[in-house]
Design a protein around this ligand. Structure first.
Ligand SMILES: NC(=O)N[C@@H](O)C(=O)O
Ligand code: NI
Length: 169
């Protein structure tokens, strides 16, 4: 199976079957530090399982991709979640797959709003980090520990990921 997939706007609701959106909009927030700071609480949950598991905070400098993008591989992390939080207010493309009978199902692509991040729960099939048009830096929150924490799946025929019309990126 392959085909053309157009990225849809990322919203908490549309992404809910696949993971969490890290975004102040619509979040539970409350003042801290005597009102000098507003905390946007529990936007996502980091999971780290398996031997010597721990939650890691890393950074990544992502190289941009040209679109339409040929999606030939998705990956997942059986021992932990993985969050990508952009450090610049530019959209990026998020690709996820539901679980299928023999591996990932049909991919779904999302275009983030500027500044939105995402958190893939443990075992969620996802594409590589996909900035658009220029390099983009991210914070990564994911799992460290013993054992191999990545599984890759190669599609027999690549999907073609398109940006929505008028994405203007
Ligand atoms: N794109 C993506 O998920 N990459 C990470 O799994 C990683 O740190 O390799
Ligand atoms: Ni990953």
């Amino acid at each position: 199976m392959s085909g053309i997939i157009t990225a849809q706007p990322l919203t908490r609701e549309s992404f809910a079957p696949f993971g969490e959106v890290i975004d102040m909009g619509g979040a539970n927030h409350y003042p801290i530090n005597n009102g000098k700071c507003e905390r946007y609480h529990e936007l996502a949950t980091a999971e780290a399982t398996g031997p010597n598991a721990r939650v890691l905070i890393s950074m990544a400098r992502g190289t941009p991709y040209e679109f339409p993008l040929a999606l030939s591989m998705v990956e997942r992390h059986p021992f932990g979640s993985q969050a990508f939080i952009p450090l610049s207010p530019r959209p990026f493309v998020v690709v996820v797959c539901p679980d299928g009978p023999d591996g990932p199902g049909t991919p779904q692509a999302f275009l983030t709003q500027p500044g939105q991040g995402i958190n893939y729960p443990r075992g969620r099939w996802h594409g590589v980090l996909t900035p658009i048009g220029q390099p983009q830096d991210f914070i990564i929150v994911d799992r460290g520990g013993d054992g191999s924490n990545v599984e890759e799946f190669y599609f027999s025929h690549p999907y073609e990921i398109h940006l929505p019309k008028g994405a203007g990126l």
